[in-house]
Design a protein. Structure first.
Length: 306
């Protein structure tokens, strides 16, 4: 297959590209910068210069492919407080690429998230399929609405699927969520958690997420929701304690208000209880995670090298 990948030089995309190439696929990656283009070329992929703010160009790229893996999202825009604009750009991108693939039964795999799908129990692939007012009113709900749009493309002959990723996609080279926790603990002198720290976070190693993305573009049925979840729910206190051991700082309980000050933009999320399962995904595609667990990975030196 000739697979067009957005976000191809990002944290997850840079693992998806070699995964696809290793399986014999041709890959064309979207690159916003010359540096990103060079990384893609070095990996053996083709390059298409552009960004997700140009839906017409994305439509052309999708039309010229046998399938699309859409990983790009304007995270910088979202974290700067303009989540609505980032979500709107993402929706326009999905609409444009979906129309290009209409009637072809070619795959479109959209990356989404597992965060805040349910309360008090592990989320399954069957959750989050009804856009309730509560979901629509929060930032995560805007991405969920785009995921529902992607699933609806099966009605116009697109083999669409949604790959839900946990907030913690970990591994050597991570500059995201866990790396942010490490930096905060080092700066603040404590590894914080909210309340008793029993709230649970799902996690997956980057290599396992990449393999599931490949399986999705190859064979996920139309309208499928997939969960890239290896650890169903790691208690946040255990994450903080692991960081504390390696950084030689105490693991400390914080109130919700103090967490916002301590963690910055992550403070509204770190206290959420958001476990998720991948039982349906494993049965459907035979996906079996083989990478290290989050806690095992946190015992490796790569997160603490300064």
């Amino acid at each position: 297959m000739r697979v067009f990948v957005t976000g191809a030089s990002g944290w997850i995309g840079s693992a998806v590209v070699p995964e696809l190439l290793g399986a014999g696929h041709e890959v064309v990656g979207l690159a916003r910068s010359e540096a990103s283009a060079r990384r893609l070329e070095a990996a053996g992929a083709g390059v298409r210069r552009g960004d997700i703010d140009d839906p017409d160009d994305l439509a052309d790229a999708a039309a010229d492919s046998d399938g699309v893996v859409h990983l790009a999202f304007q995270h910088e825009e979202a974290w700067s407080g303009n989540f609505a604009a980032a979500a709107a750009a993402d929706r326009r991108a999905v609409e444009a690429m979906g129309q290009s693939l209409a009637g072809s039964d070619r795959p479109l795999v959209l990356a989404s998230g597992t965060l805040a799908l349910t309360a008090g129990r592990p989320a399954t692939e069957d959750d989050g399929l009804v856009p309730t007012p509560a979901v629509r009113s929060n930032p995560a709900g805007r991405r969920a609405a785009t995921a529902l749009l992607a699933l609806s493309l099966r009605g116009i002959g697109v083999r669409s699927s949604v790959l839900r990723l946990p907030p913690t996609v970990h591994g050597d080279g991570d500059h995201g969520f866990i790396a942010g926790l490490v930096a905060t603990a080092r700066q603040r002198g404590v590894a914080g958690y909210v309340g008793d720290g029993s709230n649970r976070w799902p996690a997956v190693h980057r290599s396992d997420a990449a393999r599931l993305a490949r399986l999705a573009v190859e064979s996920a049925p139309a309208g499928t929701v997939l969960h890239a979840v290896a650890d169903e729910g790691v208690p946040f206190r255990q994450i903080a304690e692991a960081l504390g051991r390696h950084l030689d700082v105490p693991a400390t309980s914080l109130t919700p208000d103090a967490a916002v000050d301590h963690f910055g933009h992550l403070g509204h999320f770190v206290g959420l209880d958001s476990p998720a399962t991948a039982a349906i995904t494993r049965d459907l595609l035979g996906w079996a995670p083989t990478g290290p667990s989050l806690l095992d990975d946190l015992d490796e030196d790569h997160y603490y090298a300064s």
